[in-house]
Design a protein around this ligand. Structure first.
Ligand SMILES: Nc1ncnc2c1ncn2[C@@H]1O[C@H](COP(=O)(O)OP(=O)(O)OP(=O)(O)O)[C@@H](O)[C@H]1O
Ligand SMILES: [Mg+2]
Length: 501
């Protein structure tokens, strides 16, 4: 049960050039509770927690811990106060090992030297606690995104925090990983840790939360119990009701625009064949590690393959050639936007124009004014919350960055769009806008291949669903008839003689 107030924020205010990110936010946090922060992309959730964790100084308002005023001015300050934070964009050093990351800044020493054996033992214990099966000496760069997330949690555990802040921890996890995470969260809560939990998955709120603070446009607009009805929560957060979460409207089918046959890469995927027709949305479901992202990257030419072929609009693509793929009209929205999708230091307009620019430069001519107009239209259509097209992408909220990644392919008018986890980190309202866009794309004769670990999304927005397991296509379902259980039953298929990992 939750107890006394451990942390209290009052009237927090934070101003960035051109944006008031927080404009009077209150938060009351008790020991032994999971407190959900809910709000649209850009509402100010991450800014709030960055103030609590010492990354930003507020321009107004105050923070108390145990009734005493505190001013965390650095991550170190916050940690000394017992506040640990897992950021939306991870804070790991990819070149270092798992154990080194876990001991970052305070490795155990013996006679003045880092005690590597103890560091690895400590790491093994923490990894065991979060249920991650990975060797402490593994370089972090080799971990998938889900394991990196669990590693971040292990890091926070190592700090013995009284307040644990998690910014969208489930955004990158699959169902079974979320279950694991929730077990750890509940355990910490029962030990009296106060947990701040940000999520865009509304169904998680009642499951893991105790109370909810709703932010809208930089203000806290309500504090309600976590079992508040979903439509009420949406109303508080978006300011309007959402009647249809998955508005898929099938479009007329045309020619196959993408044909993949016998695509194989030893150790990654094996004999993958499928096609996507004009007007069609084909979903790809499967567990993390099933090989979905690997196939998408190979199709797009970002990675090589051993055999098989990829044909886009009748034209066979040379393997491993991204430029040829783009020229043929293929686009890829990658799952890892920070690494592959964006130039963070450049403006929104420039990022939106990236693909088109590259194409046009090859053709020898760019109409910059037209490009700028197209970028402005797409930004408007996607509802990107920004001060203007010149705002640096780095300073956009997580969800708005994702919209820019999708937007650059809209500006480039890709005929076949591969979306890898397209709505990760996107709020409920903006999701619907992205789905409407998918409808508009297929209506205008485009084809969409959508990889998603969000089962309701795959079922709700695809026409057909391909299921992958262990590097192979193990089944195909019609979205209108299939259930989540059907998809899962296929996704856990054991494949005979599949890749040795
Ligand atoms: N460093 C910065 N410079 C300028 N503006 C910023 C900066 N950081 C955040 N902002 C702006 O502050 C507002 C709030 O952003 P914040 O990241 O807190 O949103 P959020 O609620 O976490 O959204 P999301 O759900 O998309 O992660 C946004 O308009 C964002 O563009
Ligand atoms: Mg955020």
């Amino acid at each position: 049960m939750s107890g006394e107030e451990v942390l209290r924020a009052e009237g927090l205010r934070k101003v960035f050039p051109g944006v008031v990110a927080l404009d009077g936010v209150d938060l009351s946090l008790r020991t032994g509770e999971v407190h959900v922060l809910l709000g649209e992309n850009g509402a100010g959730k991450s800014t709030l927690i960055k103030i609590l964790s010492g990354a930003y100084r507020p321009d107004g308002g105050l923070v108390r811990m145990d009734g005493r005023l505190v001013h965390p001015h650095s991550a170190g300050d916050a940690q000394r106060l017992g506040i640990a934070t897992i950021y939306q964009e991870f804070n790991l050093v990819p070149q270092l090992t798992v154990a080194e990351n876990l001991a970052l800044g305070r490795p155990p020493r013996r006679f003045g030297f880092v005690d590597v054996a103890r560091m690895e033992r400590d790491a093994a214990r923490l990894l065991d606690r979060v249920g991650v099966d990975v060797h402490p000496r593994t370089p972090v760069a080799r971990l998938g995104i889900a394991r990196m997330q669990m590693l971040e949690i292990a890091k926070a555990l190592a700090l013995h925090a009284r307040v644990l802040i998690m910014d969208e921890p489930t955004a990158v996890l699959t169902t079974s990983e979320v279950a694991k995470l929730f077990t750890i969260v509940r355990q910490l809560r029962d030990e009296g840790v106060a947990i701040v939990f940000i999520t865009h998955h509304l169904e998680e709120i009642a499951e893991i939360g105790d109370r909810v603070t709703v932010l809208r446009d930089g203000r806290s607009v309500a504090e309600v119990p976590a079992n508040t009805r979903r439509d009420e929560l949406v109303g508080l957060m978006v300011g309007r009701p959402i009647d249809q979460q998955y508005p898929r409207r099938p479009s007329p089918r045309g020619e196959p625009l993408l044909r993949v046959s016998g695509l194989t890469r030893a150790g990654a995927f094996d004999d993958v064949s499928f096609e996507v027709r004009a007007g069609e949305v084909v979903g790809v479901a499967g567990l993390v590690g099933a090989g979905r992202t690997e196939v998408a990257r190979a199709v797009f030419g970002a990675d090589r393959y051993d055999s098989g072929e990829v044909v886009v609009r009748g034209e066979r693509l040379p393997p491993g050639d991204v430029h040829a793929a783009m020229e043929a009209g293929l686009g890829l929205v990658p799952e890892d936007r920070k690494g592959q999708g964006l130039v963070l230091g450049a403006g929104i307009g420039e990022n939106l124009g990236l693909v088109t620019m590259r194409d046009a430069t090859r053709a020898g001519f760019v109409d910059r004014t037209r490009l700028r107009t197209a970028a402005a239209q797409v930004a408007e259509r996607l509802g990107i919350r920004m001060t203007g097209l010149d705002q640096e992408v780095r300073t956009l909220s997580g969800g708005n960055q994702q919209k820019v990644v999708i937007g650059k392919w809209l500006v480039a008018d890709a005929h076949v769009l591969i979306l890898d986890e397209p709505t990760r980190g996107i709020d409920v309202g903006a999701k619907v806008e992205i789905y409407q866009l998918v409808n508009a794309l297929t209506d205008s004769g485009h084809a969409v291949l959508m990889i998603s670990s969000d089962l309701p999304e795959v079922l709700g927005m695809s026409d057909r669903i391909l299921v992958m397991a262990r590097g192979r296509l193990v089944g195909e379902l019609r979205a209108t008839e299939a259930t989540q259980d059907d998809v899962m039953a296929l996704a856990v298929t054991e494949v005979e003689g599949s890749r040795a990992h």
